[in-house]
Design a protein around this ligand. Structure first.
Ligand code: 5RP
Length: 228
């Protein structure tokens, strides 16, 4: 994805930001473009308060002078703008490539609206080309992985389930591990999401269903809007 397309999607999202808004600020290289443009607007006098979805985003936003809050101080948000690893036309997403899926989902769930920004290479007919990130607690890792494989198998899904970082596991902001599940096409995303949520060692998964209200998808011909 070119930086130009990321910036174009981010610029389209900044136009949805209104004075006084309580904003969830996403994580990843596309969301970073949004944060930078938001920083310009704030420097120009726009009055908003942001809740970042990761320590990385918090650091970037702080450096740009964006006023920040937490969900404890500001538990209801007007809008969250975030990237995605993959999305379909029903606004079902795969997120977590950057490892921030848990905070991203909590922030999105507390927002009245979520706008997804992406380039058109991320729009798919059926989710699953991108390996699905699953955040798990380190305790009982092998058992949790087996439970995920068994549940997915019952849905007709199979594939490698790899620990991100291997021998030096990637740690999320919450101190958890991430398993990347290469199931291939996931036609039954809701059933998989529900099945994953039922497994005790799973903290959260990267399937975002029913959270995004709109996607702004940048392509060579401009911005394609999915949703309302
Ligand atoms: C982070 C995410 C990101 O939104 C996703 O990985 C997209 O990142 P990028 O904009 O860099 O492609 O879910 O957890």
């Amino acid at each position: 994805m070119s930086v130009e397309l990321k910036r174009a999607a981010a610029a389209a999202a900044v136009d949805h930001v209104e004075p006084g808004m309580r904003l969830g600020i996403g994580t990843g290289s596309t969301a970073d473009e949004f944060t930078r443009l938001l920083g310009d607007r704030v420097a120009g006098g726009l009055d908003i308060i942001g809740v970042p979805t990761s320590e990385k985003t918090a650091e970037l936003a702080r450096g740009l002078g964006i006023p920040l809050s937490t969900l404890d101080e500001t538990p209801e948000l007007d809008l969250t703008v975030d990237g995605a690893d993959e999305l379909d036309r029903d606004l079902q997403l795969i997120k977590g490539g950057g490892g921030a899926l848990l905070r991203e989902k909590i922030v999105a769930a507390t927002s009245a609206r979520m706008i997804v920004i992406a380039d058109d290479s991320k729009l798919v007919d059926t989710l699953g080309r991108f390996p699905l990130p699953i955040e798990v607690v380190p305790f009982g890792l092998a058992a949790t992985r087996n439970a995920i494989a068994a549940m997915a198998g019952a849905l007709g899904l199979a594939g490698e389930i790899e620990l991100r970082g291997g021998d030096a596991p990637f740690l999320t902001d919450g101190g958890h591990y991430i398993l990347d599940a290469s199931f291939g096409r996931i036609p039954q995303a809701k059933a998989l999401a529900d099945g994953l949520s039922d497994i005790p060692g799973v903290v959260e998964h990267g399937l975002f269903i029913g959270l995004a209200s709109k996607a702004l998808i940048a392509g060579a011909d401009g911005i394609n809007v999915v949703g309302a």
